[in-house]
Design a protein around this ligand. Structure first.
Ligand code: PLP
Length: 398
């Protein structure tokens, strides 16, 4: 076996320890939390469904932590993104600008409204929308007609930009916002992976998801905290918040007994029993973030001496939650990269260490292959050379 492969494997083992138990990419963990008590409280009181004190408490804690005025807890992140896009005005046949190197749900949420993802290239460092490329691309492909921005090649309106904070690394929101302002496009942040990630500007910390018009968090089982399934919209815009609440509860007018609805709403609200799990983890969230940071540093130390393998570090003037700690293969030869990729995945999986390659770029999937896009050179390069490591905070043991 080649020595580079073995050295990388050893570096991983040094971090995760000698036990032969299976190690997943990111696993739920409720040790040292009140989760059992809070869930039991739901069961004993019967308050298990889409209202209750844990939902209120969870939303309040999300607001406090992210410094957002409003938080609306929903059943999952995908649904949250779909709701957020609807609220900023995305309609059937509209285009929404997103990166292609993201989890498929980013694009699906647009399709669920009948819209079309419009892919733009990313920057190497942050792995999210590259502002310079975005600006050039919009200049080339857009036109205005009666004040509405159109893709002049498809004749469909371009209605929003949805940056993604990949692996919890903040996207270049300042750069993206400048261009969004020029074109008067709303920003929906896919902050599904970014609870606990901040952008630091002029001594001020801003939480991811709180820099555009509305942001969406996910609490799926593999995320940094989990409510089983779940998500939340965060925003400082009262109109968006009120409408999110209304539409996610079937657009029912408040009344003690009448069933009166005046819009087509959804049933999107997070159940109380799920929110109880969320509250329990937010209570220990700072400790969890601290462990993630230490785990990242431990990987960093063990990967330092590896040749052509580089641990991905978060960009400057940011705090990352280190959701998925990942590495890049820097081989010049594409073939070497491909071989190392399959060798390390095979070796680790056969030892029940479940590394994962980054997602396949969405513009290569059958349902999204004909979507409009800019050139995606960096996207394709990065898609081929990134692998994520086991990143559960509980892997860090003092
Ligand atoms: C997890 C995730 C989602 C979707 O969240 P779910 O809660 O699983 O529906 C969307 N976008 C990105 C980038 C994600 O990682």
């Amino acid at each position: 076996m080649n020595s580079q492969l073995l050295e990388t494997y050893r570096a991983i083992k040094n971090v995760i320890g000698d036990s032969n138990d299976p190690v997943a990419l990111h696993e739920p963990n409720f040790i040292d939390t009140e989760a059992e008590n809070y869930v039991l409280n739901c069961v004993r009181t019967g308050w298990v469904s889409s209202a209750g004190k844990w939902v209120e408490e969870f939303e309040k804690k999300i607001c406090e932590y992210t410094n957002s005025k409003y938080a609306i807890a929903v059943t999952n992140g995908t649904v949250g993104l779909r709701l957020a896009l609807h609220l900023v005005g995305v309609k059937p046949s509209d285009e929404v600008i997103i990166p292609s190197l993201t989890f498929v749900a980013t694009a699906n949420s647009i399709s669920h409204l009948g819209g079309t993802p419009h892919f733009v290239d990313i920057d190497e460092k942050r792995l999210s929308i590259c502002p310079e490329n975005l600006e050039k691309h919009l200049k080339n492909i857009s036109k205005y007609d009666k004040g509405i921005l159109y893709n002049k090649f498809t004749n469909n309106p371009i209605k929003a930009i949805m940056p993604v904070h990949i692996f919890g690394m903040p996207a270049d929101m300042n750069g993206i916002k400048k261009i969004a302002n020029i074109y008067n496009l709303p920003i929906v942040e896919d902050a599904s992976e970014a609870l606990g990630s901040f952008i630091i500007a002029k001594d001020e910390k801003k939480h991811c998801g709180n820099l555009g018009d509305v942001g969406v968090l996910s609490f799926n089982g593999n995320k940094i905290i989990t409510t089983g399934g779940g998500g939340a919209l965060i925003t400082n815009n009262k109109e968006i918040a009120d409408m999110a609440r209304y539409l996610s509860t079937t657009a029912k007018k408040e009344h003690p007994w009448e069933f009166d609805h005046d819009l087509i709403g959804w049933n999107d609200r997070m159940p109380n029993i799920n929110a109880a799990l969320g509250v329990a983890q937010l209570e220990v969230f700072n400790e969890r973030l601290e462990k993630k940071k230490k785990l990242f540093e431990l990987y960093k130390k063990n990967f330092e001496s590896l040749c052509d393998i580089e641990l991905i570090s978060p960009p400057k003037s940011c705090e990352s939650n280190h959701w998925l700690i990942s590495f890049k293969m820097l081989f010049n030869d594409k073939k070497n990269c491909k071989k190392f990729r399959s060798d390390i995945l095979e070796l680790c999986h056969s030892n029940r260490i479940y590394l994962r390659p980054i997602w396949r770029a969405l513009h290569t999937l059958p349902m999204y292959k004909d979507c409009p896009s800019s050139s995606l050179v960096i996207t394709e390069k990065e898609a081929s050379r990134i692998i994520s490591l086991p990143s559960s905070p509980q892997l860090y043991k003092k």
